[in-house]
Design a protein around this ligand. Sequence first.
Ligand SMILES: Nc1ncnc2c1ncn2[C@@H]1O[C@H](COP(=O)(O)OP(=O)(O)OP(=O)(O)O)[C@@H](O)[C@H]1O
Length: 334
Amino acid sequence: MVRVRLEGIKMSWEDFQLDIPHLEAKAGEFLTLLGPSGCGKTTTLRIIVGFERPDKGAVYFGEKLMNHVPPYERNIGIVFQDYALFPHMNVFDNIAFGLKVRKIPRNEIEKRVIWALELVGLKGFEKRYPEQLSGGQQQRVALARALVIEPQVLLLDEPLSNLDAKIRERLRGEIKRIQRELGITTIYVTHDQEEAMAISDRIAVMNIGKVEQIGTPLELYYNPNTEFVAQFLGLSNILELRAVEGKVCLGELCFNVGRDGKVKIFFRPESVYIEEGKTGEIVSYELLPGRIRFRIDIEGTIIIAERFLSEIPFSIKNLPKRVGVRVKQFSIIG
Ligand SMILES: Nc1ncnc2c1ncn2[C@@H]1O[C@H](COP(=O)(O)OP(=O)(O)OP(=O)(O)O)[C@@H](O)[C@H]1O
């Protein structure tokens, strides 16, 4: 297990600057780089691999400076979005490739390939060719190939993007299980917030070449530092209000903020509770599987509330025009 650390990284092209003063994946940690297309996730991975040389800054594995270590000597397992298997080689040879290059003895190769195949649930598939495998199976082979060299770091760049939703969910669970089992330091790139929340120990949210916030999925979800992080991780309510004597109110809906002046109150739709009362007017609602999402107008501001159907004190067929609104968990942005 090794800690991966980036210090003072700067890299720029004509229309893009990557600027990461400090970022680290702790030893054995599953760290995800999450952000929209073009924010610099892949570039960051490429710097860690050594495919890209930053204009400034350093990459460390543990205490070892890696800047001048070539990619093939960094002992990294990589899985890409497009599997990148060798089409003319069967599954065994695809997985064995990295070991052959390293001149590992034949019987040792066989042992390790079988171990890797079992790890990814593909024992018995040794003789198949990539074209005889589903996308999900091909990605399992790619994962086995990355792990068979016993890398000190595992990097995955959008590995599930080409797969359909059901397989994506299953495979992400397996990636997590394998990562835990091996305790390997893992850096995962995705633009899918649900995937990031499900799989990561910590998430670094990136935006336009910078890390906006890093934290556990729950820290980021309920205590975002910026509006961007709030919105990127899911539906958000953000109210800009003026606090007087430590309190801000939107109509009857009040928050104790312990300071005065302008504040940005943030809360998730599921932190909003609906009860009998007159706080706001239901403008519209939407049925989701097992849940209901309301848009409620309070003094001209729309609040989104989401509850399980069993939690609201009235029947859907007989919704009142006005309801009481309470917010159980909120934070202040900025
Ligand atoms: N070799 C290069 N030359 C010039 N610009 C580049 C190069 N590589 C990347 N970029 C630019 O750097 C920016 C970040 O790209 P990067 O691939 O790291 O983003 P990303 O967050 O991984 O996006 P995506 O999710 O779309 O892959 C983009 O604006 C891209 O056009």
